[in-house]
Design a protein around this ligand. Structure first.
Ligand SMILES: Cc1cc2nc3c(=O)[nH]c(=O)nc-3n(C[C@H](O)[C@H](O)[C@H](O)COP(=O)(O)OP(=O)(O)OC[C@H]3O[C@@H](n4cnc5c(N)ncnc54)[C@H](O)[C@@H]3O)c2cc1C
Length: 401
């Protein structure tokens, strides 16, 4: 099967789906290729940040999105056996959406996809595994993919790799990354929530060298059991009861339901990585989202950054794609706009990993660093963490909505 379009996007995550929508609504012919049969995947992160809602509001999509199932996270607290610290409060931020909407990513992505499908110049192909780049005269000119038993070749003016943290296109194109090694891994699991639960948003619980992250989802808690990097095999050896006990000791009000964790198949291991490509493009190919920069989960900013990459890509590339004149200069401009915020947030994540996460995982009484306590007391400074999480280091906008 031979095929042609102006822009082929590989990967239907937040970056790929939003970019497809933004380009399609401006008339660019777009094909979106996704390896899975649908958008239903467990534990991909359910955070729709204020900046994403502001962007969708620009094109009239925020209101209907918020009609769909979600919970609102209005702040984040650190709890230790002795004290609690309100480290992030979104309610004081100057935005129409002073919260994080906790929405299963499948619902969020399907909503954007349905909007994209309203345009005849857009097509999505599921169960399509991209496994090769088509090169012509030294530039990328399309992709090859497996679709069931068939191999398809798709020719296009631009390939956008939005294929996530294990990006195949990154490897095939031979890009080099700068790698950070965060000090932790995370096992994700779910437990049901109850109306009488003491938390109503996001929280960190720290006790005896253990750290649990709680994220509110509709009807349940998504729990991140954080442990020192590489320790998962030790944890497995200790058995599932040790996980139940660990969670119950760290978050005492979950004691009444930890027995619902049946075995290790209830746990989803996230081997935490953080890296960033030095160059995000070559002629005919652009990488965005996690394929350009894998984010540590600290601050829950991965989706936000993927979305912002998509918006800036659309801002820069829509005109050149419509005129069939995309050049490396345009791709360099996308990288220029996004590299600074990415470098900055990864630096901030590095500091938080060292000063909060690594400290929390030491088996001694946890306290916030003095500088953080001072920061949280000063009105003009205390909202900086909330602003960075909700809105990013710099606000991104659709330039021609
Ligand atoms: C367990 C877990 C929890 C997380 N929690 C949060 C959170 O709470 N908040 C947050 O902001 N971030 C979170 N993240 C990070 C967040 O999921 C990513 O940063 C974000 O999804 C990146 O978006 P993306 O579009 O770049 O890539 P992805 O969302 O990874 O999407 C990539 C897509 O490409 C597809 N694909 C891959 N290879 C191919 C191929 N060869 N051919 C075709 N398709 C392909 C994949 O199936 C996938 O659909 C979490 C990540 C994990 C793993």
């Amino acid at each position: 099967m031979e095929n042609h379009c102006q822009c082929c996007i590989v990967g239907a995550g937040p970056a790929g789906v939003l970019l497809a929508l933004l380009l399609a609504r401006k008339g660019v012919s777009v094909k979106l290729l996704e390896i899975h049969a649908d958008l239903n995947r467990d534990f991909r992160g359910d955070t729709v940040h204020a900046s994403t809602l502001e962007i969708l509001d620009q094109i009239g999509l925020a209101e209907n999105l918020l009609e769909l199932t979600h919970a609102k996270m209005r702040g984040v607290r650190i709890n230790t056996p002795r004290r609690s610290f309100d480290i992030v409060s979104f309610s004081r931020l100057k935005t129409k959406f002073p919260y994080i909407a906790m929405m299963p990513q499948e619902i969020f992505l399907n909503y954007l996809l349905q909007e994209a499908m309203k345009f005849e110049n857009f097509e999505v192909q599921f169960s399509t595994a991209v496994n090769g780049l088509v090169e012509k005269d030294g530039r990328v000119a399309g992709v090859r993919a497996k679709q069931g038993g068939d191999t398809i070749t798709l020719h296009c003016d631009l390939v956008v790799a939005a294929d996530g943290r294990f990006s195949k296109l990154r490897k095939m194109a031979g890009f080099a990354a700068q790698v950070q090694t965060p000090p932790m891994d995370v096992a994700w699991l779910r437990l049901p929530s109850k109306p009488e639960d003491v938390e109503h948003g996001g929280a960190f619980y720290i006790a005896d060298g253990r750290l649990c992250v709680l994220l509110m989802r509709p009807g349940e808690w998504q729990i991140g059991y954080v442990f020192p990097k590489g320790d998962f095999s030790e944890i497995k050896k200790a058995g599932i009861q040790a996980i139940r006990d660990g969670i119950a000791r760290t978050v005492p009000w979950l004691r009444d339901r930890v027995d619902l964790i049946q075995d290790f198949s209830s746990l989803h291991l996230l081997s935490v990585k953080s890296d960033r490509l030095e160059q995000w493009y070559k002629e005919g190919l652009l990488l965005i989202g996690d394929s350009a920069h894998v984010m540590s989960p600290v601050g829950g900013v991965g989706i936000n950054y993927a979305i912002n990459d998509a918006v800036e890509s659309a801002n820069v590339l829509t005109g050149p794609l419509l005129d069939n004149r995309v050049s490396p200069k345009h791709l360099a401009e996308v990288q220029r706009r996004r590299m600074g915020p990415t470098q900055s947030i990864q630096r901030v994540q590095g500091v938080l990993q060292k000063n909060i996460v690594a400290r929390a995982l030491k088996n001694q009484e946890f306290d916030l660093p003095l500088i953080a306590k001072i920061l949280l007391k000063i009105p003009v400074l205390r909202d900086i963490p909330a602003r960075i999480v909700a809105l990013g280091i710099s606000r991104v906008r659709i330039e021609d909505p």
